[in-house]
Structure formats: structure tokens, C-alpha cells
Ligand binder design. Sequence first.
Ligand code: T1G
Length: 708
Amino acid sequence: MSAFRSDITNGVAVITFDLPGSPVNTISTSVATEFGAVLDEAERNPSVRAMVLISGKRDSFVAGADIEQFGRLTSQAEAEAMSRQAQAMMDRVEGLLKPIVAAIHGACLGGGYELALACDWRVATDHDKTQIGLPEIQLGIIPGAGGTQRLPRLIGVRAALDLILAGKSERASKALRLGMVDELVPPSTLRATAIHAAQRLADRGASERRPGGGIAGALLDRTPIGRRIVYSRARQTVLKKTGGHYPAPLAALEVVQAGLEHGMPSGMREEHRRFGELAVGDVSRKLVQIFFATTALKKDDGVEGAAPADLPPVRRLGVIGAGFMGAAIAGTAALNARVEVRLKDAELERVGRGIKSAIRVLDDRFKRRRLSKPEHARLSQLVSGGTDWSGFRRADLIIEAVFEDLDVKRAVLAEVEQETSGHTVFASNTSTIPIADIAGESSRPEQVIGMHFFSPVEKMPLLEVIPHAGTSDESVVRAVRFGRRMGKTVIVVRDSPGFWVNRILLPYMNEAGVLLAEGVPVDLIDGVITRYGFPVGPVTLLDEVGLDVASKAGAVMHQHFGARLEPAPVLQRMLDDGRQGRKNRRGFYRYENGDKKGVDETVYKALGVQPLDDAAPTMVEQRLIYAMLNEAAMAAGEGVVRSARDGDIGAVFGIGFPPFRGGPLRQIDDLGPARVVEVLHGLEIAHGERFKPAAHLVEMAERGESFY
Ligand code: T1G
């Protein structure tokens, strides 16, 4: 079956790309070959004066190179050849004797946008689904089909680097402003506008593009000295952001630079050379695995076997508790799931404040131009609230975000069951209380479930959904699907203390506490962890979470798991000294005007320790990381997560486990379970029983097994 069909309208060949059997159009070796033949034919046909390239898929133009194909590449030479072939395909498009227009609706990413860049004109739809960009960096590679060369020439080096180095994609309106596309139209007129543009180009040729960027553009983008400044700044930003862990952004920068300073052929050569190097590198492999894991989770409803059929989607959400969490859940639900949300709290004043802060989530998107004014107005109206149960009877899902206390949560559930109809699913947003306990006295336990959101809800990408033993599949599917509509990556985890994310986080945080109590300096602890690749270190995290909250969570875990998870005494000492962390601007760090400053040197006195000046960073790193790896192995062995994939995605998205390492379970596989056991034994001897290797890990080592 062919991926392209062509029909001629008023002298314009409209080439429709519709890859059979695939949800999106991707570019592979066979597609490239076939496309070449289609172009040859259009070029030869005397009744064709110009061409339009459009997609036959509903909401995507071209999603780029086929990621599965390059995931299978085994050698650098093979990867380089693939990039060379893609470059040749784009060169062929650019070199066509007849004009060609890209008609873009939906995802136009990576190789898809590189294809559009090789066309003479780009028309895009002004639609939510249209996103345009070069996300390759996020897969650990660089654009490999001429994108590093054509984009800077089209929109200027600063704007191009901004996109390429972050692997960003833009909505259509921003893409137009940047000059990434030339025209914006509603979806209904895309085809006609593109045909019209193609005819115009055939009649009059392309008009000269005026370079943008004003004076700064003239000085920085278009002089060698100016560009040198741009490169050097970009380099600094990249190094700061990646900590040297991700090779692709620097490679992309060098390739852009090669092309602009030494000419396009030289840039193209560097592009395929570096692409080849990166595509078979370890970092790219890890990032591609994460891409596929995330994609697979989009379709995983969290139950064994098929999801119950004909499950109507949640149309109305109730949120109980209009505090910080409740409000953020309400705002994010209105923004992404676009459902009516009713907030309830005991006092009207709190309801008012909650609604306001829910709407702030929408305001923020509006300010960043991710939401139009009418959309903002419409979505704001979805959020309402009160002190009574009005509006809750019709709710399909109710999320409770009240005070973290079992009796309070049970009381709320009892009331909900009285006030609402039989079909409502009740989800508790808790981070520490077992869902089975909350459901203990419920009259509809099959409709009780946990939804553990992470703070700040509007930004954190992960959601843990926690069925207890009696939760029905139907409730699981409803919670998972709704979480996904809220924009979250959802993992279903077992109802056991700390669930997954906090479970593996806690021993690591505890170890940070033990290290602090030994006098290891705050900045050394955080420093080794950020160098390992986490976005923040454990001590910063303690300040962010709040020492009171951390201490409470620690106590719950200690109670369940015993001495192994005994909290270090530092938290109590901090609290005794009136330090709760960022929230009261007194923690391990200093806070001024809401900004985190350096380490608060007076903290050592509060902890009753002398900061050591000879702590060994490698040992510190090992103790922290292995505490987490060991717990991850243990929890995975208990079946807390449904798969290694879920466990790693939870760690990467929930706590910022370095993506280039793939996740804690992948990390254990890479190190080898036997080696991990050996290191843990050493730590156990040196530092105590808490490092005793998890039985599951020991078994894996003995049997030569791995998580994947
Ligand atoms: N390759 C292979 N499969 C892809 C794919 C791709 N590029 N993009 C999507 N899919 C599959 C996906 O696995 C899933 O499959 C289905 O399509 C629907 O996706 C030379 C080197 C396009 C915004 O990084 O961001 O170009 O599981 O569930 O939420 O420089 O997919 O259903 O069988 O995610 O509507 C750069 C990656 C490649 C884009 C759609 N491109 N894709 O989101 O659906 S590198 C990307 C996405 C490159 C050149 C290079 C999203 C999407 P299945 P979905 P969605």
C-alpha cells in the first residue's frame, strides 16, 4: 500500500501523505524512497505547476522520523547513513524546479518540520493540535535532516538555537510570530489556502523574506562577531542546564555554528556525523525508551485485560477541600480536562480563595499565551464552589483533598456517600494514608480509590492512582482516564505505605538526614545529587516539602517498615528550632523575598553538628543513591508497581530521577543486580542494617535476572 496519493487541482498537485496502518505519519527509509518517486512524477508532469504537501491523518502532519526505526540502529555508520538519506530527501524537496507548499495541521515535529522547512512556503492551521518544532534533543539526538541548517537561516540564529537546544515545539500562533511558518488559517481552509499559495508561487516566484529581529537581529544574528556572542551564551546556558550529562545540545550548537560559519555543506556534514554518533549513544537509548514508555502509558488503563466497555467519561468533577492542593487540582482539571468543577469547603471564605487560586492556573496559561482570551473566560466559568453539597450530586468523580488525617477523610467519605448518587467514584488525594483504611467503613468500597497528585499539581507530570483490594476495575479506569485528561502520566500502584514515589524517596531522604547529622555539609549533599543529574538535591527538597510534612510522612513510613526507615533526628531538631523550610522562610537554606539563597550557616548549630570539611563526595552519593535503588528493588519485588516501566517512569516524572539514566530499575539493570548487592553489602557493614540488600535483589543476582 502506498503512503502517498496525488491529485491535481488547477495545476497544483496535492500530495497527501497517509502512512497506512500507522496512527501518525513518520518518515522511514521506505517512505523517503516512495516520496522521491512521487516528486519525480509531479516534476515531470507538464500539467503540474506547483505542489502542496498535506497530511491524510486527522490531527498530525508528520511526527518526524520513525523513532522505532532509529531505536533499532546498531552502528554509528548506519545511523549516519540514515541521517544522510533524510538530508538527501529534504535537499530533493528544496531543489524541486516547481514550488512546493507545506500545509500543516497537527503535529509537525522533527523530520516533519524539517520537511516543511525544505518547502518554499508553510501554511499552518491555527488550532490547538498544531504544534511545530524540533524535539530531537529530548530524544538525545539532534535534528538530522537539515533542520540545524535551515532553521537558523529562516528565523535567525538566536531564535533557532532557542528552539533546537531545548527541543521545544510551539503552537501555531507563536510559530508564525517567529517566522517558522508563513501563514495561519483555520483548518477548514487549509487545503484551499495552500493551493492558492502554490499557484501564487508558480506565477510570481517567492518574494524575498525580510530578516526579522530588528537591530538586535542585525547585530547578533547577522554578523560573525554578534554570532560569536550568541554561541558563547548558548554554550553557557546549555552547560548550566545539562550539567554536562546530555551531549546532544552541545553537538547541536556546534553543528549550527559549523553551518553558519563555514557554509551549508559543511554544516550538513557535521549534522549527519554528530547525528550518527548520538543516535547509538547510551543517553539517546534511554530517552527513547522513556518516550515509548510514556506513549504506552497513554493507552494503559491500569487494569488487567480489557477496560469495561461503554464507560462514559467524567463530565463533572467535585473537589472537597479548597486549600492549596484542592484548588490546584480544580484549576488543572478545568484547564486540561475542560470539565465543570465544583469546589467545596467548610467556610465560604476558603471557597472563595480556592476558586481564585484555581483560576490562577488558567491566568498563568493566558499570560504565557497558551490560552486565548475567550478560552480563558470560558474555562474560568467552569469552576464554581460553595459550602454545601450543591453541584456534587451530578459529579462523576469526587476528589477529596482535605487535611491528611484518617478520621477526617473517613468522615468526608461517609458524607459523600450520603449526598451523592451511586455512580460517583470517590478519590482520596493522600500521600500517606492507606486507601483500604479510608474505604474501611464505606458502603461503596468498590468506588473508593486513591489519586496521589504531586505539588505543584499544574506543573508536575505524574499521578499515582491507587486502587485498594476492593476497588472495581471500572473505578480504576475512570480515575486513570481522568488523570490522563488532566494532562498527567498515570501509573497505577499498589495500596501500600508511601505508594511508589514516596516509598523510594523516603530512605534516600532519611539518608540525607543521617548524613546531615554526621556533619556532612548541606551544599555537599545537594551538590553530589544535582551532579548525579537530579534537578534538586534532597536537602533542598526537604525545605520545599516542608520539614513538618516530611517528618509526618517519615513517621508513617517508620511505623510500617520499622527500624530500616527510622527517621534521622535532624528533622525534629529543625522543627524544635522553628524551621519548617521554605514555607516559613527558615530551613536549611536562607530565603529572601521568596528566593532561595545560600545555605543558612546557622543551621549547623541547630543540628548540633560541626560541618565536616573532609566528607567524601563519592561516598555521599553512593549512600544516597543506593538507599533509593535498594528500596526501589524491594518495592518492585513486592509488586508495588505493575512493571519496571511504571516504576522508572514514576521515578523520572515524580522525583526527577535523571532521565538519561532511565530510572532506578533501569539503573540497577545497567549496574547489574549482583554489583548492586555487593555495594549494598559494603554499605551495610560500614553504616548499618538499613543497607541490607533487598531479598528480591539478592534473588535476582543469584538467578542472573534483570528488571527488563
Ligand atoms: N516515530 C514512531 N512512532 C511515533 C512517532 C514517531 N516519531 N510519533 C508518534 N508515534 C506513535 C506513538 O508511538 C503511538 O504509537 C502513536 O504514534 C500515537 O502517538 C531526522 C531524527 C506526534 C505529538 O519526537 O510527540 O524526526 O503506541 O499516543 O498524544 O531529525 O506522539 O499508538 O502504536 O503519542 O496524539 C522527532 C514524537 C522524531 C515526535 C502525537 N519527533 N511524537 O501525540 O499520540 S526524531 C518526535 C510525539 C526525528 C529527524 C529526526 C507524539 C505526537 P502507538 P501518541 P498523541
